[in-house]
Design a protein around this ligand. Structure first.
Ligand code: UDP
Length: 327
């Protein structure tokens, strides 16, 4: 039996496919390659190019392959774009997931693990954030992920499906070997932007606000290595297979680093001065996001391996240095 990975050619999806293949699991990847890269898909995985909303295509894949669990990454994830074009996000993240779920229910596939995000919380009342804390997204990206969670919850309530939703904090880093990494058509994330400066691909990085109520005035985020996220997906699928009930888990390190601390780490790792410019706050950016991941540790037995910021940036740098143009 194989695991079907939807969006398995994207950043976190491709790392999860690698982890599954390296663990000797059988893997089938579906990706429309709109933002993903076929080169990122592990050679041992079967690959089908197509869209999750194409029900005939998805039925075809499910008839050809023996699938007993799904990991669903296929979604848009750029906050600023979601602010400009919310309906694009509702269509892609919510409507397409609904169509995909209909196919799964018709095919009798019952276990689904899927990507959610810290963006479902919005501006938190307290940190570390736990799964029971209020969910009040401040952008359409977070709102669509919350809508997906609610859709899964109600479908699971009928008894025909079990799901685990994983709320990632700030995913970063790359595979140890530097074979795969983060490569978006439009880069918006802090660590890859800093490494692109070190690589000579851009001149400087803007720091979005230095007047936040934090230790040095810049935003604090919880950075979690993509290989640790990959492990959590496999544990979550095994948890469902062992009869675990549908549930939601935060995935973070439980430690916050400021934008300035990330810049210093990138300077140390790359040996490059990495010029920065202080600029305006970015709309919808909370001052501090730090996860409590105790529940994932207790229930799933998740043990993140990367805790040091430099270690995480180092793996990302290995990828960027070897692949300055991406895939
Ligand atoms: N950030 C920044 N300059 C950039 C990109 C990001 O100062 O060019 C900051 C951003 O305000 C946030 C942190 O870096 O506090 C991480 O942002 P990123 O976009 O990587 O992830 P997010 O927190 O939005 O998921």
């Amino acid at each position: 039996m194989a695991v079907l990975v939807l969006g398995g050619a994207g950043y976190i999806g491709s790392h999860t496919v690698y982890a599954l293949c390296e663990a000797g699991r059988e893997v089938v990847v579906v990706d429309n390659l709109e933002t993903g890269h076929q080169e990122a898909v592990h050679e041992k995985a079967a690959f089908y190019q197509g869209d999750i909303s194409d029900t005939a295509f998805l039925h075809h894949v499910l008839r050809r392959e023996s699938i007993d669990g799904v990991i669903h990454f296929a979604a848009y994830s750029i906050v600023a774009e979601s602010m400009r074009n919310p309906l694009k996000y509702y269509e892609n993240n919510v409507c397409k997931t609904k169509k995909m779920l209909e196919v799964l229910l018709e095919s009798g596939v019952q276990d689904v693990v899927f990507s959610s995000t810290a963006a479902v919380y919005g501006e938190p009342n307290r940190v570390p954030i736990s799964e029971q804390d209020p969910t009040e997204p401040t952008n359409p990206y977070g709102a669509t992920k919350l809508a997906m969670e609610q859709m899964f919850r109600w479908v699971a309530n009928t008894g025909n499906l079990r799901f685990v939703s994983l709320r990632y904090f700030n995913a970063c880093g790359a595979h140890q070997d530097g074979k795969i990494g983060e490569a978006h058509p439009t880069e918006t994330h802090l660590i890859p932007l800093l490494l692109q400066v070190a690589n000579g691909k851009r001149d400087a990085v803007a720091v979005f606000g230095c007047d936040y109520p934090t230790q040095d005035g810049t935003c604090v985020r919880d950075y979690i290595h993509v290989a640790d996220l990959a492990d959590a997906h496999i544990l979550a699928l095994d948890y469902l297979k062992d009869g675990g009930k549908s549930d939601i888990f935060n995935l973070g390190n439980g430690v916050g680093f400021s934008v300035k601390e990330v810049i210093e780490a990138a300077r140390r790792v790359t040996g490059h001065a990495i010029p920065v410019q202080i600029s305006e706050r970015r709309e919808g950016d909370p001052a501090r996001l730090v996860a409590s991941s105790q529940k994932a540790k207790n229930v799933l037995g998740w043990k993140p391996r990367y805790h040091q910021l430099e270690e995480m940036v180092e793996t990302a740098w290995r990828w960027h240095r070897r692949h300055p143009e991406g895939y």
